[in-house]
Design a protein around this ligand. Structure first.
Ligand code: SF4
Length: 397
C-alpha cells in the first residue's frame, strides 16, 4: 500500500466531553447466545462491587490516571450495561450516580441509561431508579415468542416483558429503548415479524435490533455442534433484517445506525459517542474505555479486580497506546455504522491521513461491488452494505 499518512500528529480528542460506562457483570443465568463478561449473581457482592466501582472512578478522577486521561472531562452520558444492571439494588445504582457527580464534572442534563432485564426488575425498583436520576431505559426483550425465548435461554417470557414495559412507562420513563434479536437459529420470519409488530404497538422511543452472531464458548454453539439446534440461515436473517428496516420506517422510526432505530429524536446519546469517535471511560470488571490516547480493558475476574483496587492500582488488564493510524481505522469503522454516513475529509483531516485513498486501496472492490457509495465527501453504506458491514470492516481492522 502506498504511504497515505501525510503527517503524524497525536490527535487530541476534539473536546473533553465523555460518556461513562458502568459494567455490572452479574447474571442469574447465562443466555444461550451470550459471550459477554458476566459472573454468577451473588447478592453478597452488590455492596463490595459498588464500593470498588466508586473507588475505580476516584482513581480516574484524581491524580492516579492523570497521565492516561491528561485532561479534565465533562460527563454527558452515564450508561449502566452488563451483565444485568437491573440486578443491582436501586440504592446502589443511585450511589454510583452520586459518585459520578461528586468525582467528575457532569452536565446539567446528562443522559443516564440502565439496561433492564424483564426477569429482574419490578415497579418499585423502577420508581427508585427514576428518582435516582436514571432517565433512559434499555429493555432486553429479544423476542415476544415464548418458544424462541426458551431456546435463547432467556429467563423471562413474553408476558413478563410486556408487563415490565408497561411498568417502565407507568413510573414515568419517557425515553425507552427495546432490544430485539433476529436471525437466531430456528427463529422464523413469522416470529420476528410478530415480535416486531407487538413491540411497535408498545411504542418504544428507540429500538436496537441485533442479528445473531455465533460466538465461541456459548451454549448455542454446543447445541449446534451436538445437532440439538439447526444452523441459522443467512438468507433468512437478511430477509428478517430487511423486513425490520422496512416496517420500522413505515412506523416512523429513523434508521440511524446499522442496528438502531429511533423516533422523536430519541437517539442513544451514549452510543453516539462510540460511533462519533468520542472519549468514554468504562468502570467495573471487564469494562473498557478509550481516553483519546489509550484504550484500556479492566480485569474481568472479580477477585483480581478487587485485589488491584485494594492496592490502589487501576484494575487494568491492558492499556494500549493508540497511534493516529489506529484511531483513524477505529473511527472509520465506528463512523461508517451511521446510516447518514461518515465525512472522509473531516476524518482524514483529524488524523492527517488521506481517508479517500485508504478506503479506495483497502476496499475499492467493495465499492464496485455495491456495498458502499461515496456521496460528495461522505462514505455511505448501501442497504446491502449495512447487512454485510462486517465484510467491509474486516478490511480496516
Ligand atoms: S442477561 Fe445479557 S449479559 Fe446476562 S447472559 Fe443474558 S445476554 Fe448475557
Amino acid at each position: 500500500m502506498s504511504d497515505i499518512r501525510t503527517h503524524n500528529p497525536i490527535s487530541p480528542p476534539d473536546d473533553n466531553s465523555v460518556g461513562i460506562y458502568i459494567h455490572v457483570p452479574f447474571c442469574r443465568t447465562r443466555c444461550h447466545y451470550c459471550a459477554f463478561v458476566t459472573s454468577p449473581y451473588d447478592p453478597g457482592l452488590e455492596e463490595p462491587y459498588t464500593s470498588l466501582v466508586i473507588k475505580e472512578m476516584g482513581l480516574w478522577a484524581t491524580g492516579k490516571a492523570r497521565e492516561i486521561l491528561a485532561q479534565d472531562v465533562l460527563v454527558e452520558t452515564i450508561y449502566f450495561g452488563g451483565g444485568t444492571p437491573s440486578l443491582l439494588r436501586s440504592d446502589l445504582i443511585a450511589k454510583i450516580i452520586d459518585a459520578c457527580h461528586a468525582k467528575f464534572r457532569v452536565i446539567a442534563s446528562p443522559e443516564i441509561t440502565i439496561e433492564i432485564n424483564p426477569a429482574s426488575s419490578h415497579r418499585r425498583a423502577l420508581k427508585e431508579l427514576c428518582a435516582a436520576g436514571v432517565n433512559r431505559v434499555s429493555l432486553g426483550i429479544q423476542s415476544l415468542n415464548d418458544e424462541d425465548l426458551r431456546r435463547m435461554g432467556r429467563a423471562h417470557n413474553s408476558r413478563d416483558a410486556v408487563s415490565i414495559f408497561k411498568d417502565i412507562r407507568a413510573v414515568g420513563f419517557d425515553n425507552v429503548s427495546v432490544d430485539l434479536l433476529a436471525g437466531f437459529p430456528g427463529q422464523s420470519m413469522n416470529s420476528v415479524s410478530n415480535s416486531l409488530e407487538q413491540v411497535l404497538n408498545l411504542g418504544p422511543d428507540h429500538l436496537s435490533v441485533y442479528l445473531f452472531e455465533l460466538k465461541e464458548g456459548t451454549r448455542i454453539e454446543s447445541l449446534l455442534r451436538d445437532g440439538k439446534e439447526s444452523a441459522s440461515d443467512d438468507d433468512l436473517a437478511a430477509d428478517q433484517y430487511e423486513h425490520i428496516c422496512r416496517v420500522t420506517k413505515s412506523a416512523g422510526y429513523d434508521h440511524y445506525e446499522i442496528s438502531n432505530f429511533s423516533r422523536g429524536g430519541h437517539f442513544s446519546r451514549h452510543n453516539l459517542k462510540y460511533w462519533n469517535d468520542e472519549i468514554y471511560l468504562g468502570f467495573g470488571p471487564g469494562a473498557h474505555g478509550m481516553t483519546g490516547r489509550h484504550r484500556y480493558y479492566d480485569l474481568m475476574d472479580f477477585r483480581q479486580y478487587q485485589q488491584a483496587l485494594s492496592r490502589n492500582e487501576l484494575p487494568l488488564a491492558s492499556l494500549t497506546e493508540l497511534n493516529p493510524f489506529t484511531r483513524f481505522k477505529d473511527a472509520l469503522i465506528m463512523g461508517s455504522r451511521l446510516v447518514e454516513g461518515l465525512s472522509l475529509s473531516r476524518l482524514g483531516a483529524r488524523y492527517g491521513i488521506d481517508a479517500f485513498a485508504f478506503v479506495d486501496e483497502t476496499a475499492g472492490d467493495l465499492h464496485s461491488g455495491g456495498l458502499y457509495r461515496i456521496v460528495g465527501d461522505t462514505l455511505v453504506l448501501t442497504p446491502r452494505g449495512l447487512l454485510l458491514s462486517n465484510v467491509i470492516f474486516s478490511r480496516w481492522i
